[in-house]
Design a protein around this ligand. Sequence first.
Ligand SMILES: [Zn+2]
Length: 185
Amino acid sequence: MNQSNTVTIPLMTEARYQRERQRRNSECQELWRVLDRVMDPEIPALSLWDMGVLQDVESCEDRVLVTITPTYSGCPAMDQMRDDIEDALYRHGVARVQVKTRLAPAWTTDWMTDKGRDQLRAFGIAAPDDAPEHAVDDETPESQVKCPYCRSDNTTRVSEFGSTACKALFQCQDCLEAFDYFKKI
Ligand SMILES: [Zn+2]
């Protein structure tokens, strides 16, 4: 099936809109920018914000409270994320930092920013929205995940699991590059 004639208009989902609005309305703009330099331990090309992990930054009395939602519960990178957030804020002169983990609602690829999706592709990983909608529920989303290198959708799935469980391994039939696809969850 050739989908190249389909026009897709990217729309920001409600969840993403709420997240952006929360940041925009926050009184801690400077601290959000400090945390923009904290990268996701598993995909160092993306900041925790662009990954959709960083949820809130609040300044409460004597401390800064940071709320994060790991990409999946029991995420082994949790401790490192906490350390990196604390380090960044301490270096900025914040005296006390508390990192709170929020597991509900669960993290969704929906929360990844547009910039994050572009960075993912630049890093050689197909973004969650590089697969056509119908393939997501399909048992065999064998193809049509757009290649992050040449944007061809003439691709085949090599393995259900890529470098981590949340990714699948694909190969492009046009440029022959193998790439991970970040599954939509
Ligand atoms: Zn390609």
